[in-house]
Design a protein around this ligand. Structure first.
Ligand code: IMP
Length: 433
């Protein structure tokens, strides 16, 4: 497949980083199409550990070219800090990392506003539990057509526009009772950072379309997950971009019909960070056990993740809105020690059985999971390298997930390392490890 989109099928943190790493070996280009440095994944290369938020992990592989598409929001300081860490690891990024001139900038005043909004403390304020990276306010500016884009950095009036925007945002900060930012400190800091970005700014829409026309392979790397999509997710407890597969087209300028394959990544259970309803959340020792075994702490904020059983209603919905062709099921090994495993197959809303995801957050909050219970396999799977190495109950669990979600599993993952990935009998013919 020349063009593949990889999407999170839950609330983010599905282990996309590892699957991206496995798939990038065969891709020429890796493109982010939405979000900013609110995302985060940890990649281990030899003894060195990299925590990447914005830069695609493909940068760690020689010969791969990475793109931050027009749908992204770029925090110049955060970007440069990440880049410095990549360089410290001895990786040369020259000519391999491009920022779309149409991508929006996430600036210090966006971050300050994000923090101020989250700090509001009145009954009407909806606390989202954001990563406080300024993502929402940066996309607000984009939508109200006042945002600064990467391409603006190259223009003579950039400093003037930056100063003006900062002064306007100071008014908003004042409304929130927050300290205003000092233009004479912030503007020079931003200018110093954006100066270093200049050599990487390009018309990536042209470059990427030219690559696709030549038949080169592109992996579109989704960040966050379906349930965090601004339109299709559990609104308002979502991020501010389209995390679903359609975002790959609008967020890079590649026409939708040029996208050949959509891969959904799901954990064998469910987690989420931040606020908002989560029907299968476990508040007991089982939830704590999943969090402990799964090491469920956020790469970006370090926050503990909320944990629960697999929600097939959410995953089925993700298949529908993304057109997921096949799943990569991650962290299967985390369920190794359970006597029985539950899967949410539908919801009970005030006595009514609901099979589809409700749009309204109040109705979603009222959803009680209807579970199906399966026997666990109760033995380690981390040594398994082929489908046949997996215990029968484990294979039965995967088969049931496939049935319930109406999509086959192509990969299952039984550990964080690359070779701890198993190809299933349902994997597409062109897929190899
Ligand atoms: P924001 O994207 O920082 O505005 O946060 C909005 C919501 O998305 C919050 O619930 C965050 O916890 C969640 N979120 C943002 N990025 C990620 C991610 O990479 N993984 C999981 N949750 C995320």
């Amino acid at each position: 497949m020349a063009t593949r989109v990889l999407i999170g099928g839950q609330w983010g943190d599905e282990g996309k980083g590892k699957i991206v790493d496995v798939l990038t070996e065969k891709a020429n280009w890796i493109a982010r199409f939405q979000g900013g440095n609110n995302a985060g994944h940890t990649v281990k290369v030899g003894d060195k550990k990299y925590v990447l938020h914005l830069i695609p992990s493909g940068i760690l592989r020689e010969g791969k070219t990475c793109i931050l598409g027009n749908g992204c929001v770029i925090d110049p300081a955060g970007f440069l800090q990440e880049l410095a860490e990549v360089h410290e690891g001895g990786i040369d990024t020259t000519g391999r990392l491009w920022i779309s001139d149409r991508a929006q900038l996430a600036l210090p005043y966006h971050k300050a506003l994000d923090g101020a909004r989250e700090a509001r403390n009145n009954d009407e304020a909806v606390k989202i539990g954001t990563t406080k990276r300024g993502i929402g306010p940066a996309y607000m500016d984009k939508m109200q057509r006042t945002g600064l884009r990467a391409g603006d950095i190259l223009e003579d009036d950039f400093e003037e526009r930056l100063r003006q925007n900062l002064i306007e945002h100071n008014q908003l900060l004042k409304l929130h009772g927050q300290t205003e930012l000092d233009p004479d400190t912030v503007v020079p800091e931003v200018l110093a950072a954006t100066e270093q970005m200049k050599v990487m700014i390009a018309d990536t829409t042209q470059t990427l379309n030219a690559a696709v026309s030549k038949g080169e392979s592109v992996l579109f790397e989704g960040a966050q997950g379906t349930m965090l999509d601004i339109d299709h997710g559990s609104y308002p407890f979502v991020t501010s971009s389209n995390t679903t597969s359609g975002g790959a087209a609008t967020g890079t300028g590649i026409p939708p019909h040029k996208i050949e394959d959509v891969i959904g990544v799901v954990k064998a259970y469910t987690t989420r960070v931040g606020e908002g309803p989560f029907p299968t959340e476990l508040f007991d020792d089982l939830g704590a056990e999943i969090a402990r075994v799964g090491d469920e702490f956020g790469a970006t904020t370090g926050r503990a993740r909320r944990c629960g059983w697999f929600d097939a209603v959410v995953a089925r919905y993700a298949v529908m809105v993304n057109g997921i062709n096949w799943w990569a099921v991650t962290k299967l090994d985390v369920l190794d020690g359970f006597e029985t495993i539950k899967i949410c197959v539908a919801y009970d809303v005030n006595g009514e059985r609901v099979e589809n995801l409700p749009a309204h957050i109040r109705k979603f909050a009222a959803c009680k999971p209807i579970y199906e219970e399966m026997p666990g396999w109760n033995c380690p799977t981390t040594q398994a390298r082929t489908w046949d190495d997996l215990p029968e109950n484990c294979k039965a669990y995967i088969k049931r997930l496939e049935e319930l979600t109406c999509a086959p599993a192509g990969f299952v993952s039984v550990g964080p390392k690359r070779d701890e990935t198993i190809l299933t009998p349902s994997a597409p013919a062109d897929l190899s490890l």
